[in-house]
Every structure is written in C-alpha cells, then in structure tokens.
Design a protein. Structure first.
Length: 246
C-alpha cells in the first residue's frame, strides 16, 4: 500500500473466538485493519485484538448483540470506520436440536442471529463498502448434504447460500464480490460436544481427507476470496470440509 492509499479495513462479526477470531488474525496478517465484532465475549475479543497488535497488526473492537432486533443498527452505530473494504458475516449459533426438540424461542434466536443479522448487517454496511469491496458469509456443508438432527440450523445456512447468490448479482455492478465459505466440522466451541466420545472418528469417516478441520483452514479460504486472486470469483459457496460426504 502506498503512503497515500487509504488503509484497507475488514469487519468480522463474531470474532471473539473460533472461526471468526482465526479470520480476523489472518486478515490482519494480510495487511487489513480488522474490526472485531463481538456479542457477549468482550474479554475474549480483547485478547484476540491484543494478539493481533502483538504480531504487528492493527485491530479495534465493536460490540452488538446480533440476536436483538436493532443489533445490526447498533453495530453500525458503534463502528468508527467510515469505510470498509471487507465484511465477513461469521457470527452464528448452532443449537443441535432435532425437529421434535426445537422450541419457538430457540428457533427465533437461531433465525435472528444466523439469518436476520446477516441480512441487516450487510444492509447497514452497503453505504460504507468501497467499490471493489468483498463480502464473505459463513455457510456450512449442511446446506449441501443432509445431517440428521439439525434441520433448523441447516436451513439457516441454505438461506445464507441463496442470499450470497442474489447479492452477488445485485452488488456486482459496484465491483463488490459476494461469496460464502462452507466449512465441514471445524474444531471450535460450537463443536466441542460433537467431537467427544468417538465423535471425531465419526466425522473423519465422512471426509475424503484425514484430520479435523481447524479455524485456520477456513481463514485461508476467506483470505483468498478477499485478496487479489479472488477478484473474479463471485456468487459462490466454497467448500472447506476436507471433502465431507463427496
Ligand atoms: N465450527 C464448525 O464446525 C462450523 C461449521 C460450519 C459453519 N460454521 C459457522 O461458522 C461460524 C462461526 O462458528 P464457530 O464454530 O467459530 O462458533 P463459535 O466458536 O461458537 O463462535 C461464534 C461467534 O459468534 C458470535 N455470536 C454468537 N451469538 C451472537 C450474538 N447474539 N450476537 C453477537 N455475536 C454472537 C460469538 O460472539 P460472542 O461470544 O462474543 O457473543 C462468537 O464470536 C458460524 O456462522 C457457524 O455456523 C461453523
């Protein structure tokens, strides 16, 4: 970057831990000033921010509860940056509940965070995204192939894929790309229970590649999509699942 070009800014939602934190660290290494959004994990978000700065990167924080009706508006109100170059809609929850187990309150919470917030955070950021900007949404392998027992969560990721495709067409004329990444099972707090008691072996038995996916694997693909080599890719959902259920 020349001394006169504006610093490139990336906003990552749900960056207090897990995949969001790994994406934030990676984009900071790629040269972005990273705004780490968090909901309730302030201490964790501060730790990620401090680690980025220790590594010579630049980061700041913004808080907003994305389950709240005005969560996206509050995030925008708290964001000091007038312009951003990258938006990563990563924040999400995954209640592992079958259709019989699901209740209306949990369903509302899930749909508010995983769908409504993705839509309205993107809407709030449209005025700040510079031409040539990039949006990356967190989908999941469960939108492509069936896993019994998590129908509501899986459907929220189907919403993400369709929204990604439609917004790619709508925002293309501004030079903005919109893509999604679809991880398989990634080792984070979201999947701790799933990977215990032989769960890790069961997961690997569904994958073409050995091992359990890490947040850094996902962050590397996001880095590609928001970097120079990703400039001609839009409207896509990129699998990051080690070849799950091929
Ligand atoms: N792990 C996997 O295997 C996997 C696979 C496919 C897709 N994904 C997707 O990847 C994304 C990240 O997952 P992860 O595994 O990293 O999950 P995680 O470790 O549980 O982290 C979730 C993040 O979302 C934020 N969040 C949750 N509820 C929020 C709320 N009401 N308001 C604001 N922020 C909220 C959390 O922030 P606070 O704690 O600060 O509130 C946290 O930073 C999700 O969209 C998930 O669906 C994960």
């Amino acid at each position: 970057m020349s001394a006169h070009s504006p610093r490139r800014v990336a906003l990552v939602t749900g960056a207090s831990r897990g995949i969001g934190a790994a994406i934030a660290r990676r984009l900071a290494r790629d040269g972005f000033h990273v705004v780490l959004h968090y909901g309730s994990g302030e201490a964790e978000a501060r730790d990620v921010c401090a680690a980025i700065e220790r590594d010579g990167g630049s980061a700041s924080l913004v808080q907003a509860d994305l389950a709240a009706r005005d969560g996206a508006a509050r995030l925008a109100a708290g964001l000091a940056e007038p312009h951003i170059d990258v938006l990563v809609n990563n924040a999400g929850i995954a209640p592992f509940m079958s259709i019989e187990e699901m209740d209306v309150d949990t369903y509302d919470q899930l749909s508010n965070i995983n769908m409504r917030a993705v839509f309205f955070v993107t809407q709030q950021m449209l005025g700040r995204l510079r031409a040539g900007g990039r949006i990356v949404n967190l989908s999941s392998v469960v939108a492509r192939t069936a896993f019994a027992g998590i129908p509501a969560y899986s459907a929220t990721k189907g919403f993400v894929d369709v929204l990604t495709l439609q917004l790619a067409a709508e925002l293309g004329p501004r030079g903005i790309t919109v893509n999604a990444v679809a991880p398989g099972v990634i080792e984070t707090r979201m999947t701790t229970g799933l990977l215990e008691n032989g769960g890790a072996d069961a997961v690997q038995s569904m994958q073409a590649l050995a091992g359990i996916g890490t947040p850094d694997r996902v962050a590397g693909v996001v880095s590609f999509l928001v970097g120079p080599d990703g400039a001609w890719t839009t409207g896509q959902t990129v699998d990051v699942s080690g070849g799950t259920k091929l």
